[in-house]
Design a protein around this ligand. Structure first.
Ligand code: GDP
Ligand code: MN
Length: 394
């Protein structure tokens, strides 16, 4: 789960990291009021979306006059923002953060992730912070310093020394102590809130040697949300695909893809293999849908319904290996969904495993038209033929 910048800054601020004063607005007519509360000029008007690269996409506006705060807010609110990290359609801007502008002397990057190669929470620091950090990291990786933290020992002061004393040129006097404190706070936030990412970029140094978190990203590990109930209240689902939201509700793993074959499978590994087979047969999946090991009849029905709500879907392929999920349960779910939706697209089923004969009989006796493939290769070939030009004409 991703937090918005304003939410992340709230958390940083509460743990003692300096963040600029700001005001969140959701309507243009709140903007003028914000300029009266927030120090300026300059002001910074920032689109609140779950994507980075906003500066490069016009989502961050540094302005000098109150009327410009209003026009910048107007330009962002209610529109879609395209950044190098969004798709070409962009994402909707529902909220804007108006902040006091800070005069930046230097921009640093500070981040924390779990590094898979060392299996340790790892702090990342760079003096090449700001909007071009990705390019800097790609062209000269030595500007990016990494410090794995032994989770048993926790954060130790030498961790920050390793990061802060090894930069070239050295950090200005007066900045090191504050940066050390910021690092300790970031580690604590990362661990106590079950984060998968905490990132401050830029972590800005002013000429009078104050350190400000000017941008903030916090992502929470979804698997820990059951014990982070307060954070769950901060979730903003408005940027999510409505079908993904519906799938979440029924505990289905659904991800939208670009093709036109609806796919339903049990188990992520089987889903990957199925998508490979579809692609090898010359077609493109419209989605990834894993109903999981122990799906119920109702979950199967909901899965098919979700796939059918996607208007791009021209054929459906269901590939189930009946283990805990029995083939008869699957078949009943599919028949129920087909009846309920009055399905108009061809549906190809390949199933094997527990109660497969019973499952096949249920499909056959339903009176509905299903293609039952004898194996995965045949299923993939069948579904691909349905959406090929020849298949569509027939
Ligand atoms: P991002 O592009 O999505 O990472 O958005 P940021 O919040 O990082 O803003 C982009 C850039 O705008 C930053 O890298 C800064 O250079 C600049 N910026 C953000 N806030 C301020 C500010 O208060 N003062 C100044 N001068 N620049 C700012
Ligand atoms: Mn940033």
């Amino acid at each position: 789960m991703k937090l918005h910048e304003y939410q992340a800054k709230d958390i940083l601020g509460k743990s003692g990291i300096t963040v600029p004063n700001g005001q969140l607005v959701t309507e243009v007519d709140q903007a003028t009021k914000a300029t009266q509360i927030i120090n300026g000029p300059p002001w910074v008007v920032k689109a609140q979306v779950h994507a980075g690269g906003r500066g490069k996409g016009g989502g961050i506006r540094l302005v000098q006059y109150p009327y410009e705060v209003v026009t910048a807010t107007e330009a962002l609110l209610g529109n879609r923002l395209v950044t190098p990290q969004t798709g070409p359609d962009g994402i909707p801007v529902n909220q804007v953060l108006i902040e006091e502008g800070v005069e930046i002397d230097r921009e640093y990057y500070l981040g924390m992730i779990v590094d898979r190669s060392t299996a340790c929470p790892t702090m990342i620091f760079s003096t090449a912070g700001g909007m071009d950090i990705e390019e800097a990291a790609a062209s000269s990786s030595e500007v990016i310093l990494k410090e794995p933290i032994d989770p048993a020992a926790g954060w130790m002061i030498h961790n920050s020394r390793n990061l802060l004393y090894n930069v070239d040129p050295p950090l200005p006097m007066g900045a090191v102590r504050t940066l050390m404190a910021v690092m300790g706070s970031v580690y604590k936030i990362f661990m106590t809130l079950d984060c998968s990412l905490v990132e401050i970029n830029p972590l800005a140094l002013t000429r009078d040697r104050k350190v400000y978190a000017l941008d903030a990203k916090i992502n929470i590990d979804d698997n820990a949300l059951y014990r982070q109930k307060e954070l769950l209240l901060l979730e903003d689902t408005r940027e999510k695909d409505p079908l993904e939201l519906m799938a979440d509700k029924y505990h289905l793993n659904y991800i939208r893809l670009e093709g036109n074959i609806g796919v339903m499978v049990n188990g992520a590994g089987l889903a990957m293999a199925t998508m490979d087979m579809i692609k090898m047969a010359g077609a493109e999946p419209a989605n990834f849908l894993d109903v999981g090991g122990g799906a119920s009849e109702d979950m199967i029905t909901k899965g098919v319904e979700i796939i059918l709500k996607d208007e791009r879907v021209k054929a459906i392929m269901i590939n189930i290996f009946g283990g805990i999920l029995r083939c008869d349960v699957l078949a009943r779910g599919v028949v129920a969904a087909a009846r309920k939706t009055g399905i108009q697209v061809p549906l190809i089923v390949r199933m094997e495993g527990t109660n497969v004969e019973e499952g096949r009989a249920i499909l056959k006796d339903s009176g509905l038209k299903f293609f039952v493939a004898k194996d995965l290769a045949e299923a993939a070939a069948l579904v691909a033929r349905q959406v090929s030009e020849k298949g569509l004409k027939n």
